[in-house]
Design a protein around this ligand. Sequence first.
Ligand code: SF4
Ligand code: SF4
Length: 166
Amino acid sequence: MATINVSRNYTMREKFYLPAIFQGLRITLKRFIQGFVFHKKYTIMYPEEKREYSQRFRGMHFISLDENNIENCTACLLCETVCPSECIHIVADERDPAQNPYGVRKEKRPLSFDIDAIRCCFCGFCEESCPKDAIKLSRNYELSVLSRGEAIYNLDHLKRKVIGRG
Ligand code: SF4
Ligand code: SF4
């Protein structure tokens, strides 16, 4: 593979570095004085306090349910196909015709539905592409886990109601 060298012409001011260092120190000093003298706070006591996020904020997904608490997903695989991060993995199955009150409207179901939240870039394409309004992005951003495996959310988890929407 060829290597591309990208050169950049620095100005005299950039080469000197000191103006940038003093600019950083000036901001630090300003914040220190504002906090120390005027008691202005830039941090919050999370998790007791939480910041307001934009209405357009996209957090962890959930799968919406119908009036019978059955997932709206019909395992069409559109979301899996459109996902740029390839982090959705669905195994489709046929709904038992004897216990299917929906007929052809819901003849397929997801046998498993996994989303790898570490790979996900929360672009929202899956939500936009879903013809059943089944997969949705919530406003839940509290996704800390202790291992990578825990960041793979399965169907049971995705069907649970989540903060703010669901
Ligand atoms: S939000 Fe984007 S990256 Fe995440 S699962 Fe949906 S389509 Fe994939
Ligand atoms: S969530 Fe929507 S797009 Fe994804 S498989 Fe289910 S019905 Fe299709």
